[in-house]
Design a protein around this ligand. Structure first.
Ligand code: PLP
Length: 384
């Protein structure tokens, strides 16, 4: 059976070029990057080359890159590494749970947290950030691109506000890296997290940008790896893969990959809007990354549609990967003002570099008839 994967915001397949680049580091180049002999020097050099590539993608110095196990660790290290009891943190209601639950945890240790709302398009008003600042605000943490809707926040304006107030600014750029051009100086952030498996490197590797002079309390205690910012023997194959993924991401900005991706995304939205009634695009009208379409198909249970499409070979999702299977409607869509039934009726289609026009045509041949069939079975749906 043909299978098409349009759930790249959950995870992306490792691209063949990336797999080839990392493969020798499982075999012939196996050294511990901290060892001083030949084997260690070889892997140390590979780690440092990868650090250069990631730094180039983010527009920073390589010494400002800390390799992590992924986005969750980067978010935790950035936020919990800075905040102390008595500090105030500003964040938003639509963050990934890696940020939201870190903030919740810090509340239990004596921090105060302000969760800013978003408008109907999923956007934070930078003026709300300004108004939320208090004398003891230590950190503003607002994501760059939302994992469910792809909506891009005004991070440059927020960064400016934080800098003027002399408050640290962290942005979770896990869903932005490789999809939009990134520059830590333009964003004026002090900390920025990325994750390998959202940009065609494997699961379990990531990076945190830490602006020079930003002192973080380490989360792991151990050796002096990563300039004492993250103890633990480096995941050399993963880091090498992340470096290659950063290079491919930079090429993608120049070779038209992202324009093609946006065209495919627009084709999904246009065709579905044309052929299916009582639906809408979540986040429409807001700036969005080019790979994500989030659509509410009213009068349908999103999970049922995901399962029906999966049985026909199409993989999509109802929202954040970690909440799949949970009955709670998406906190992001609820924050945007959708009714719980509309939030539950929403599906996310997310493209990756491997997807083709044929994949999208396959998906579009399945979606309208599958929605129609589920609606026929629905006791609450009346055809207009
Ligand atoms: N932040 C965002 C916006 C994400 O989408 C994800 C993963 O879905 C994470 C953080 C967590 O990243 P990781 O899976 O690498 O821990």
């Amino acid at each position: 059976m043909r299978r098409v994967y349009l759930d790249n915001n959950a995870t992306t397949p490792v691209l063949p070029e990336i797999l080839e680049t990392m493969r020798p580091y499982f075999g012939e180049h196996f050294g511990n990057a901290s060892s001083i002999h030949h084997h260690g020097q070889e892997t140390r050099a590979a780690v440092e080359r990868a650090r250069e590539s990631v730094a180039q993608l983010l527009g920073c110095r390589s010494s400002e890159i800390v390799f992590t196990s992924g986005g969750t660790e980067g978010d935790n290290l950035a936020i919990a590494g800075l905040a102390r009891p008595g500090d105030h943190i500003v964040t938003s209601t639509i963050e990934h749970h890696a940020v939201l639950n870190t903030c919740k945890h810090l509340e239990s240790t004596g921090c105060a947290v302000t969760y800013l709302p978003v408008d109907g398009r999923g956007l934070i008003d930078p003026d709300e950030v300004r108004r939320a600042l208090r004398p003891n605000t230590r950190l503003v943490t607002v994501m760059m691109a939302n994992n469910e809707t792809g909506v891009i926040q005004p991070v440059e304006e927020i960064g400016k506000i934080a800098a003027e107030a002399d408050v640290y600014f962290h942005t979770d750029a896990v869903q932005a890296a490789g999809k939009v051009a990134l520059n830590v100086n333009r964003i004026a952030c002090d900390l920025l997290s990325v994750s390998g498996h959202k940009m065609h490197a494997p699961q379990g590797v990531g990076a945190l940008y830490v602006r020079k002079g930003t002192l973080l309390q380490a989360m792991f205690h151990g050796g002096r790896h990563e300039r004492s910012r993250r103890a633990g023997t480096e995941n050399v194959p993963g880091i090498v893969a992340l470096g290659k993924a950063a290079e491919l991401a930079m090429q993608g900005f120049e070779n038209g990959d992202l324009t093609r991706m946006a065209e495919l995304r627009d084709q999904i939205e246009r065709t579905v809007l044309d052929q299916v009634e009582t639906i809408g695009v979540n986040g429409e009208g807001a700036p969005r990354v080019p790979n994500t379409a989030n659509i509410h198909f009213d009068h349908i249970e999103g999970e049922a549609l995901v399962i029906a499409l999966d049985l026909k070979g199409l993989a999509v999702s109802t929202g954040a990967a970690c909440s799949s299977g949970a009955l709670e409607p998406s906190h992001v869509l609820i924050a945007m003002g959708l009714r719980p039934d509309q939030a539950r009726a929403s599906l996310r289609f997310s493209l990756g570099k491997q997807n083709t026009k044929e994949d999208v045509d396959f998906a579009l041949a399945l979606i309208p008839p599958t929605v129609a069939r589920l609606r026929e079975l629905s006791p609450v749906y009346q055809k207009a």
